[in-house]
Design a protein around this ligand. Structure first.
Ligand code: MN
Length: 475
């Protein structure tokens, strides 16, 4: 259970120069407002507010968000109104609380009917991303205490977490939060599968842990020999839910999963990342095509790191991730970790908003129909993303199973319209060939071609490409 002292400690530590009085005031206000209320798990309600605020502090959120985290259930569940919050804490905090309250009143009614829910989430996101992050912190604690909730409600909350909240955390680059949410929801939503995965990885995990320890010692020795200063070197076990998903993709064969544990090396800054990579590759040969430089070419959600898979002297493969301290924090906390975030609350107007947010806002503006909206979201947000390259080396993010035509229309409407062929990694392919991450895609065009082929509507999978084709055909 998180106490007020715990919260104060992390704040003093993390924000030594900031005034935390507003948080102290929010704690007292929330304590009075919730006094006498208990959660189903039996503890005083205020502990939920405290845990939410603590989660936000761990995500490195700003002071107003943490105060809002303490107050987030006040208007909904107590005799105090939003007006009271505003009078005591001002407009900024009151608006955050109002946003969270609004999101909270939306009820999940099964997969098909969550369009409205999602739409509001994204509207809130456009207004102030912090509202979504407070909601994630709230949900994280609700999941941690889900045992105390009625059984059928439990399943609904866990499902909603897996289908809505975890993907949103993922899209915000908050992998730590995403992973925690998934692993908390997994046993409730898929109890049998959860037990199965847990059972089959047990032995592998034991031998793998020993193996990674050996790799770690060797790497450590080499780094010291080369005077490379590292802050952290550790084996990182893949989360249960992502193992489960990978097993589904790999025919349930555990032997086809190589990255059960990856070795992660964290260094002070970027230059050292490449020095580490050099040292690693000097000892072990990298697998062809498995060296990924997400520092030079970050993923569109901002993820940066060097990845490599190497053959080790133990006749096995090891995945190694190399990153700086900043990158490590960003990879865990995503948008929340950016200190510049404070100055860019309204991401929709900012150049540095991730492209997918801009894209969704665009879609949202153009769509009024719920059914259409769900289709969009499913295609454009909840499918896994792949990352492919233009011949010039630019990274393009597309949903899984996207085709060269989706790619062409993504680059430019005109390139799509005039498309006559495509090459992937220098090989000619059919226009419906599904793209894979890492593919270099080249589109061949014919400047005399005016019209897209109507059949293309059955090939493309992104809504944007579909719309562009339809528009052009209408002309
Ligand atoms: Mn709550």
């Amino acid at each position: 259970m998180i106490t007020f002292d715990d919260l104060k400690k992390i704040l003093v530590n993390q924000y030594p120069d900031e005034d935390i009085n507003v948080v102290i005031k929010a704690f007292h206000f929330a304590s009075v407002a919730h006094s006498g209320q208990k959660r189903r798990t039996g503890e005083d309600y205020i502990y939920h507010a405290l845990a939410t605020a603590y989660n936000l502090a761990q995500m490195k959120m700003d002071i107003p968000s943490i105060a809002a985290g303490l107050l987030h259930d006040v208007p909904e569940d107590t005799d105090f109104s939003l007006e009271d919050v505003k009078n005591n804490f001002g407009k900024e905090i009151a608006e955050l609380v109002a946003g969270v309250t609004k999101l909270g009143t939306l009820k999940y009614r099964g997969l098909e009917r969550y369009a409205e829910n999602l739409r509001k989430m994204f509207l809130a996101m456009a207004k102030d991303l912090r509202i979504i992050i407070i909601k994630l912190a709230d949900r994280l604690h609700n999941m941690q205490t889900l045992e105390g909730v009625r059984e059928e409600k439990r399943l609904r909350i866990a499902q909603e977490t897996l289908e809505i909240y975890a993907p949103i955390a993922n899209r915000l680059g908050m992998f730590e939060v995403k992973t925690r949410l998934e692993d908390l929801a997994f046993p409730y939503v898929y109890p049998t599968e959860y037990a199965w995965v847990k059972n089959i990885i047990q032995d592998r995990l034991k031998s793998e842990t020993k193996y990674i320890e050996k790799i770690k010692k060797l790497a450590q020795k080499d780094l010291s020999k080369n005077n490379i200063n590292f802050l952290q070197i550790k084996g990182r076990v893949k989360s249960l839910y992502s193992i489960y998903q990978k097993l589904l993709r790999r025919g349930k064969d555990l032997n086809k999963i190589y990255d059960l544990i990856a070795l992660r090396i964290v260094v002070p800054d970027v230059t050292e990342c490449y020095s580490v990579l050099g040292v690693i590759h000097k000892r072990w040969t990298p697998l062809k095509g498995r060296v990924k430089d997400y520092i030079a070419q970050p993923k569109p959600n901002g993820y940066r790191s060097l990845h490599t898979s190497v053959f080790t002297e133990f006749g096995k493969i090891a995945e190694i991730q190399i990153r700086s301290q900043d990158m490590d924090e960003e990879a865990e906390f995503g948008v929340a970790a950016h200190s510049r975030y404070k100055e860019s609350k309204n991401l929709s107007n900012k150049k540095n908003a991730p492209t997918w947010i801009k894209h969704l806002l665009e879609i949202q503006k153009n769509i009024t129909d719920n059914v259409e909206f769900v289709k969009h979201i499913k295609n454009d947000l909840f499918l896994n993303r792949i990352f492919v390259f233009t011949p010039k080396g630019d990274v393009i993010e597309l949903p899984e199973n996207a085709t060269p035509l989706d790619f062409a229309f993504h680059i430019h409407t005109d390139i799509g319209n005039k498309c006559v062929g495509a090459k992937i990694n220098d090989q000619m392919v059919a226009l419906n060939h599904p793209l894979k991450s890492g593919d270099v895609v080249e589109i061949m065009t014919d400047k005399n071609r005016k019209m897209p082929n109507p059949d293309w509507l059955n090939i493309v999978i992104t809504q944007a490409a579909k719309e562009k084709i339809r528009n052009q055909l209408r002309k």
